[in-house]
Design a protein. Sequence first.
Length: 285
Amino acid sequence: MLPAEDSEEAAAARAAVLALRRDSGLPVAGVAWVVDPQLLRIGETSGAKSQGRRGFPVPAGTGLIGVVLTTRRLTAVSDYGSSQQITHEYDAFIAAEEVRAMAAAPVIVGTTVRAALFVGSRDAVRLGDRVLTAVAEAARDLEQFLASREHAHRLLTEARCGRNTASPHDTAALEQVHEIHLELLALAATLGETRLKEHFGGVCSLLESGCCSGRTKPEPATRLSPRELDVLAAVAAGCTNLDICDRLGIGLETVKGHLRSAMRKLGTRTRLEAVTAARRAALLP
């Protein structure tokens, strides 16, 4: 079953496909989701001539995308129609899109292939390092999002159902939730799609409510802005100011300004005091 159009998975895949098309410089990109151990279905595409391909089935081992599901490796062909690396059930499909060269990479979460990202050129050429690197990096980004999201939801489910051996208030458990929270914030900053950021915000809110469940969250005397919280969360993870610049995509003076503002609001004098005060006020996981 394909992810719903408005789901977090669909939003992440859409961002990955758009980034892949941009970074590879090729006219066509897309994702195929694994809906069964032996079957993928085409999902989000960008640059395709036909928009009616969503849901198109690709059994394992067939065509380029099906081969990727079977081999679990990045694979490329310079001329789809004449390649001896793949089967040719979809030659008409590919010809209709006027695609010649293609590359695809698996998206593997844990030990399970969840999807395949692919790009296509309308010229019969050997795809170079730029294209292959773009495909591999887009697949890793989508893997990281899916893994982080699943881990976060699993932690919250276990905490709420009482299956965690450690209390959700235990320091180690809180640190684990906090690390996932930081991963999601960092991914949101790099992917940069407004709708996807909203989905990340929802997951981060779940994390905060999960780690603070079972205790009364005090109403803070002052409120920190979302960006001030992002900066403090990065400080708590051990980031330097320059690291925070890279992670959040903002300038050094902006980082310093957010830190000064947060410390002033919290009545603290140092970065670490500000982090401690924010956690005590349940503003950070």
